[in-house]
Design a protein around this ligand. Structure first.
Ligand code: UDP
Ligand code: MG
Length: 319
């Protein structure tokens, strides 16, 4: 039977928390009383997550499907692969670490039933380290200003998407992307609800500072050209200021003769401008690098096997 609801969960080295996740997720979904499926995507975990997922598939083969990557391609690629495997009219994404309570899925669905095709979520009280919460709020504000995407809390993955949105996302071939933003651009009637957020059930965050910075660059470069335009305008502004400075210096040369004061001020200004230039080059590089990855057109992720129960597709088992 075709499920009405598909739940997509990316999994990367989550062996310590998966049992707890299953224990809360399946009862919460059973309680909804509608046909559902859970699609786990193992993002190349190096621990025993894949084996635990395979066991869960054997325990609940009717409602469980497992996509196994051959390596680590990142949370957003894992969700994309999960999307391709879904069949439900409503698709909900969720983190595997129980930071998103599975009991909230019912609230997302209730909101979808009111006619929305995208239900985002706002964490009532975020349970992450203070620096992350603040940095994330700042990025949220920046994104709000430079893209057309309206999201109160971009970082939360507990979201519901309509089939129309998922079908369009599945047509995209973006190498670097940010799913909540990409899906938002395709939604006709988006909304948000407030949800709970819990501390990680086990293990620790899979995002290093570096991968968080990369992810935020994906978000900015993927959905806006404003940073580049900002630099063009800054360049124009600085050219005018330097032209004015040149005129002032020329006048002073005639009025007061040659002056050599202020050499260090000059250094400070020069270093500052060099910093601006380097930042600008780096920014252009962020776009160029992504264009390069895109034109190379290598596979975005490699699916090693899919565990699913079906009469017409071959069932592959873990080696
Ligand atoms: N994740 C993934 N691949 C990665 C990193 C993370 O599939 O390369 C998964 C991870 O297993 C979890 C979700 O993405 O289900 C969110 O990751 P995490 O909880 O570490 O991020 P945080 O909550 O700290 O933002
Ligand atoms: Mg988490």
């Amino acid at each position: 039977m075709k499920p009405e609801l598909s739940v997509v969960i990316p999994v990367y080295n989550e062996e310590a928390g998966l049992a707890k996740l299953f224990a809360r997720l399946y009862p919460a979904l059973d309680k909804l009383g509608l046909p559902y499926e859970v699609v786990f995507v193992n993002d190349g975990s190096r621990d025993s997550s894949a084996a635990i997922l395979a066991d869960q598939f054997r325990a609940r083969p009717d409602v469980t499907r497992v996509v196994l990557f051959n390596g680590n391609y990142g949370q957003h690629m894992a969700i994309l692969a999960g999307f391709k495997a879904t069949r439900g009219e409503i698709v909900v994404t969720l983190d595997a670490d129980l930071q998103n309570p599975p009991e909230e899925i019912g609230n997302l669905i209730a909101k979808m039933r009111e006619g929305y095709d995208y239900v985002g979520s706002i964490r009532r009280e975020r349970q992450d380290s203070a620096w992350r919460t603040h940095a994330s709020k700042a990025m949220n504000r920046l994104r709000e200003n430079i893209t057309h995407i309206k999201m109160t809390d971009q970082g939360n993955m507990l979201r519901a998407y309509g089939r129309n949105v998922i079908d369009l996302v599945n047509q995209c071939n973006e190498v670097n992307t940010f799913i909540p933003a990409l899906a938002y651009t395709f939604s006709r009637k988006p909304t948000e609800i407030v949800v709970e957020h819990e501390e990680r059930a086990a293990g620790e965050s899979k995002y290093s500072l570096y991968s968080l910075i990369r992810l935020n660059f994906d978000l900015v470069t993927g959905f806006s050209l404003m940073p580049l335009q900002f630099f063009s305008i800054l360049g124009i502004g600085l050219s005018f200021v330097s032209a004015a400075l040149f005129v002032v210096l020329l006048l002073r040369r005639f009025l007061f003769g040659s002056e050599v004061e202020g050499v260090f001020t000059l250094f400070a200004i020069a270093f500052f401008l060099m910093g601006v230039i380097l930042f600008g080059i780096g920014l252009v590089g962020e776009y160029v690098g992504r264009i390069y990855q895109q034109v190379r057109g290598r596979p975005r992720f490699v699916v090693q096997a899919i565990l699913e129960q079906s009469a017409d597709t071959t069932m592959k088992e873990l080696q």
